[in-house]
Write a protein that binds this ligand. Structure first.
Ligand SMILES: [Zn+2]
Length: 427
């Protein structure tokens, strides 16, 4: 078999991809000691790798290795920063990483990356209040943050609640935060600030969990009838095949999880000010058929097939009743959403949002401003609902919380309006 000369050259070139150096894109800030990861690709391996910081016309070699690598792809992790290079000053700098190829007569590779040097870590202090917390519910903390930071707020376990500048031009910051229904007891909420350069400062909030008043979550059995299973599968898994129980459980588990993720992501569509000034309202004349964080066991033909936690209130009136906005806000979702059926989400600012599920009709659009008690559509039983009701829920920075405090003007006064300026709030 013979090839024309030109295709041999082509094959040689194709088998010899160019060397390259890649600095992780997430690197934006250099602090005291900042981890850096560099990926190097060179078909011959590299014999030497150096990292240099360039600032104000000066060059500082901040790291190097002369351990040769053999494979074509390698990753290097090292620390750079003000601690090892005290000549660095606050402000922009450029990180340059150069690789020398191990192949004789082969070119090396180089990459440059703009960074910001921050010599001082931020500092935080929390208010001196005793914060009375209830499982699954919210509170507000004020704080002072100084220095340069990229992210700050309250951290509870692995959940983060953003800090916002105090309203009314007052100094300082505040965060609305929640102690989630499933947060392990003993977790201490922390005020935190981080500058993205490996500097992370925290200080604990003083919290009290009044024992007597903690919610007690109840357990319920949901009898899944053949009719309900048919309805759910027909609506939420119309093209599915196979065991109906397995399909039902999949909808109830995986679709629920995906829908809750969609809801949580709406936290990014929030106003940076209060859109409301009065206590939240509960759907008029409604009966609560289920409350927040009820544990539900699903029984089908006598078998226990699934268990879920119900993160809202099921408020029933009559069929096709007008669904009322719980407070002033802006519609950030008005569309079908899986198990929630036709669903509306209203943003109230600072990460606080209300959710209305199972509607038979939606009469608002994303972006609409709504007023407290305004009718936004009609109740129904779309999605995972066995009867006509409004599934009413609330979330704070994407964490679903018990709405009941927000219906209580005294709670709002004691926990919110006393600490930040809530314009024209009246008890
Ligand atoms: Zn519900």
């Amino acid at each position: 078999m013979s090839f024309p000369f030109s295709s041999v050259i082509f094959l040689l070139l194709a088998g010899c991809s160019k060397p390259s150096v890649e600095i992780s894109n997430s690197l934006t800030t250099i602090g005291q000691t900042t981890p850096v990861t560099v990926h190097v690709h060179d078909p011959h391996g590299v014999s030497k790798l150096t990292a240099t910081l360039q600032q104000n016309g000066a060059q500082y070699q901040v790291w190097q290795t002369s351990d040769p690598t053999k494979g074509p792809d390698s990753a290097f992790s090292f620390n750079i920063g003000v601690k090892a290079t005290p000549q660095l000053r606050d402000g922009p700098a450029r990180l340059i990483v150069e690789a020398t190829s191990a192949g004789l007569l082969h070119p090396g590779a180089r990459s440059e990356h703009d960074v910001n040097v921050v010599t001082q870590p931020p500092s935080v202090s929390a208010d001196s209040d005793q914060h009375y917390l209830y499982l699954g519910m919210a509170d507000l903390a004020t704080m002072n943050i100084t220095g340069s930071y990229t992210s700050a707020g309250v951290r509870v376990g692995d959940q983060i609640f953003r800090a916002w500048p105090m309203p009314g031009g007052k100094p300082g910051h505040f965060s609305l935060f929640a102690f989630a229904w499933n947060m392990p007891a003993g977790t201490v909420p922390l005020v935190y600030a981080t500058n993205g350069a490996g500097n992370d400062v925290t200080t604990p909030i003083t919290v009290v969990f009044p024992k007597k008043e903690q919610p007690v979550y109840t357990e319920h059995q949901i009898q899944v009838s053949d009719q309900f299973m048919q309805k759910v599968l027909g609506e939420l898994d119309p093209n599915g095949t196979g065991d109906p129980v397995a399909r039902f459980v999949k909808v109830n588990t995986e679709m629920r999880k995906a829908n809750n993720k969609t809801l949580a992501d709406l936290r990014l569509k929030t106003a940076d000010h209060f859109l409301w000034s009065q206590p939240f309202t509960r759907q008029s004349h409604s009966q609560a058929e289920a409350t927040f964080a009820d544990k539900r066991t699903y029984i089908y033909h006598g078998n226990n097939i699934d268990a879920q936690v119900h993160l809202g209130y099921d408020l029933a009136v009559t069929q096709h009743v007008g669904v009322e906005a719980s407070n002033d806000g802006r519609v950030v979702w008005a569309a079908p959403l899986g198990i929630y059926g036709n669903c509306i989400v209203v943003d109230h600012g600072y990460g606080l949002q209300t959710i209305y599920g199972h509607l038979s009709r939606i009469d608002v659009h994303e972006g609409d401003m709504v007023k407290r008690s305004q009718i936004m559509g009609l109740s129904g039983m779309t999605g995972m609902a066995g009867g006509d009701h409004v599934h009413f829920a609330m979330q704070l920075d994407g964490v679903q919380i018990d709405p009941k405090e927000w219906w209580d003007s005294h709670w709002i006064n004691d926990h919110i309006a006393r600490r930040v300026e809530l314009p024209s709030f009246s008890k």
